[in-house]
Design a protein around this ligand. Sequence first.
Ligand SMILES: [Zn+2]
Length: 337
Amino acid sequence: MSTKLTLRRIFAGTLWAGRISVKRIRQLGADSRFILMYHRITNPRTEPVYIQPGMYVTPETFAMHLKALQSETIVLPLHELLNRMRQGNGNPASKPLCAITFDDGWLDFCTNAFPVLKSLNMPATVFLPTNFIGTDKWFWTDQFAFVWKQLEPRRRPAATAALRSLSRIQGSFESQIEKAVAVLKNLPGNAIEDVLAELEKCAGTSSRVPGRAFLNWEEVREMRGSGLVSFGSHTAGHQILTTLDQNGIRDELLVSKQKLVEEKAADADGLSFCYPNGNFNQTISALVKESGYSSAVTTKTGWNSFSENHFALKRIGMHQDMTSTKSLFLSRLAGIF
Ligand SMILES: [Zn+2]
């Protein structure tokens, strides 16, 4: 563990003892709300690909989060939280109000998160990239990590030399992946496919990750049927919207919305949207509104005031490292870290 994390842990432990975090959370809850952002609920040791630290919490940590939320807050379905924000008249409840969201619709939501939510009767919203649901596709970031691992370390320099965009990728295996993904994110989709194809050639193997990454539509409908889980759009192809032209953005918004309604994952009214990678601007959020969505969440960190723009809602990201104890979790909610 890094020194920074150890210090953070010690500091958070002290805060917990003084209940400063809880006090701060109650203060904030008087005139603002928070939305949690999760991606995957899994143990990285059991996964076929490297998972970035910001992308997961373990099932044990997740269960601890829910129990802490249950004692310190009132968890509402996202649409209800937003309705109460629209009404705006303070928070008559003694505890802060919040909502839980998940990005990407990973299969582990069904296997690891839903059973815990169900046992505690707590609601959540999951944002689906509809082209990936019910398929055995993986995100290109995972395909990259998978093929990079197959590439013997001594062949990586030759591979990066052949790929101009990756020519400066060095360091540990993990930092190579992080750096490469950061570089490749800025490239158009077909250029990323070219990079993967080149790496497949160098590694002499496919970049197809074994197993299924995402939910299927039966699982989606079944969880919706429980009354605890609602679904929103995370586009169709999980493309970063700031890299597309207006027609491309509209397509992503409308195709995904239509698919969610067609598959009975959601009703057309009151549908929420989630910007891939958190990238958006004013034009994009206007298009989201124009396409009939009622709200949109970002990756900007913080609590939301009553006057918050409902198409630029902030969330608090949940990382395993930063929230692995109750004291760390509460201090993250309190905005101390
Ligand atoms: Zn995403």
